[in-house]
Design a protein around this ligand. Sequence first.
Ligand code: DGY
Length: 324
Amino acid sequence: MTENRPRIVVTRKIAEPALAVLREVGDVWFPEPDRALSPGELHTAIAGADAIVSTLHDRVDAAFADAAGPQVKVIATVAVGYDNADVAALTDRGIVFTNTPGVLTDATADLAFGLLLVVTRRLGEGERLLRARTPWSFNLGFMLGSGLQGKTLGIVGLGQIGQAVARRALAFGMDIAYSGRRRVPGEVENALQARYLPFEELLHTADVLSLHCPLTPETRHLIDATALASMKPSAFLINTTRGPVVDEAALADALADGVIAGAGLDVFEKEPEVHPRLLELDNVALAPHLGSATVETRTAMAMLAARNVAAVLTGGDPLTPVKG
Ligand code: DGY
């Protein structure tokens, strides 16, 4: 008897344990072999679904909800960021929307700190030099990078991931400053020895500026040519949040002209494209959106999304709803 079982569409394949959770409450469909569906294919695939597990590259808006149909109860994105979703449009239609906060905090902070080390210590540049079989020899001035101890890490958005990056930076002997929509509670500031600064002042102060704010209309191109010009010429920019928070063309200019010293980027304005000029520069470390890309974390994200779906389909409350 499968005709009354809910239909669950998973837009990109997720970890097997999470599929098992979904199979307990419904009939599960996902594209096999796994691939990104075109918007048209996506809308066809979700038609008639009672629940949808989506990813950050699906445009989850009113048209998406309407393509699914009035029976759809829950859309669970396997991501913490949800700038791809029009949550108000979903809420208006009575659809529960959930994300995956918490479970990817450490993995993303690790990746941000990894990029920070790669670019400040010129590890990518060094590896490229060796792989190109460029002649080299150790000398006391060879490939000098920038040390971190006593330097200031400026964090834009001291939420869960920003705080996890701050903890790593503290262990490296860095000072922590931050800006954001609001100050964090005093006990968090104290634990991280973090001082709040207005955004403009953070730009002037930071030796490394790490972005952890969500992408919103207010943060789109937050780091533009003007912001970059306010940074120290010796400063580094790290972006592991969303590409459009940075004006990539302005960043490429700033990196080429020595306006700032370097950048570490895990996210891009027009993923999967990377601004071609960034690819030519040695003072930028690049990763293909790997922030949460560990087996453990992606499994935990998928499990949380699946549990959200299971909760809603069985009449319970979602674990991590996003309010519209
Ligand atoms: C997110 O969760 O928002 C990341 O960008 C992907 O893991």
